[in-house]
Design a protein around this ligand. Structure first.
Ligand code: NAD
Length: 271
């Protein structure tokens, strides 16, 4: 890592609307660049720091090391190790954290939860509003359909994605698991060989990788002689970036605590 930002106060434009200082962790990556582009277009944000691995630092994303302070937001789309560095940075500066990094292990998730005891933290495996709507639609469908209907999740992502299945596929699977009482040990990641009939209560998850797919999630719910398909396709990273900026605005003034995208849709109350 290089270019850690240092402490001061969140800026205001001549007593008018508040400008939120952002530090982008993973600034040179696909999401880091999309978020900076969206923040510049939206206005109301100032990039105070761009942090990346030294080998990924580009001329287009030079490090801006400005003081970081309470009211500023670290936006992390990097790697699980990067998320741990973001937690350190936020706790030491009293800045809020928005993290979309996926593939964290249990200990790393625990570290993020511990950070939320000091500062406001908002995490989401998918920042698009469409996926929030997809989760609600899935819940509504499963409330109507009997448990004998089989659920399978298929996700497609670009060839460079580091983790599988996607964080969003896991979130969807956990949503189904909660409604149907299926523990994570009932998640079946792909199938091969003479596996025999599908056991009741299994939940299939399939990760497809290739090309430049930004993010595509399909949930198949199959009954006898009929089936239902719910699908969300992210066509470009702007779909996530807008949710990230809304999250940054939310945590910039929120008290310490752990928040999720649902809090934005319900004015902070959660669902
Ligand atoms: P990417 O590989 O294009 O970019 C990641 C960047 O982070 C790279 O530039 C890399 O050098 C940098 N990085 C990694 N570890 C670092 C560290 N320890 N310190 C500093 N910099 C570090 O990946 P991406 O497509 O931008 O995705 C990044 C993460 O965000 C992944 O975990 C991905 O799954 C996740 N993601 C989440 C959402 C969402 O809506 N929650 C959407 C897209 C991607």
């Amino acid at each position: 890592m290089s270019g850690a930002a240092v402490p001061s106060s969140t800026s205001r434009t001549s007593g008018q609307s508040r400008v939120i200082g952002l530090v982008l962790l993973g600034a040179s990556g696909r999401m880091g660049r999309a978020i900076e582009e969206a923040a510049t277009a939206a206005g109301g944000f100032r990039i105070k720091g761009r942090i990346d691995r030294p080998q990924s630092q580009t001329a287009e994303t030079p490090v801006v090391a400005e003081p970081l302070a309470p009211g500023d937001v670290v936006v992390d789309f990097s790697s699980p190790e990067g998320t741990m560095a973001a937690c350190d940075l936020c706790v030491s500066a009293g800045a809020a954290l928005v993290s979309g990094t996926t593939g964290l292990n249990t200990a790393q998730e625990g570290r993020v939860a511990a950070t939320a005891r000091s500062v406001a933290v908002l995490t989401a495996s998918n920042f698009s509003l469409g996926v929030l709507a997809l989760r609600r639609a899935l819940q509504a469908a499963l409330e109507v359909l009997p448990e004998s209907w089989d659920v399978e999740i298929v996700e497609r992502h670009h060839r460079l994605k580091a983790d599988a299945p996607s964080g969003t596929a896991l979130t969807l699977a956990r949503d189904v698991g909660k409604l149907r009482g299926i523990p994570e040990s009932g998640f079946r990641h792909g199938r091969s060989g003479r596996i025999g009939p599908r056991p009741p209560g299994e939940l299939g998850i399939h990760a497809v990788r290739g090309g430049t797919w930004v993010g595509d999630h399909t949930i198949l719910v199959a009954g006898a002689g009929e089936w239902l398909e719910l699908r969300h396709v992210a066509q470009d990273r702007g779909a996530f970036a807008h949710g990230v900026l809304a999250a940054a605005q939310f945590v910039a003034t929120a008290p310490a605590g752990m928040y999720h995208l649902e809090h934005l849709a319900t004015g902070g109350r959660g669902i």
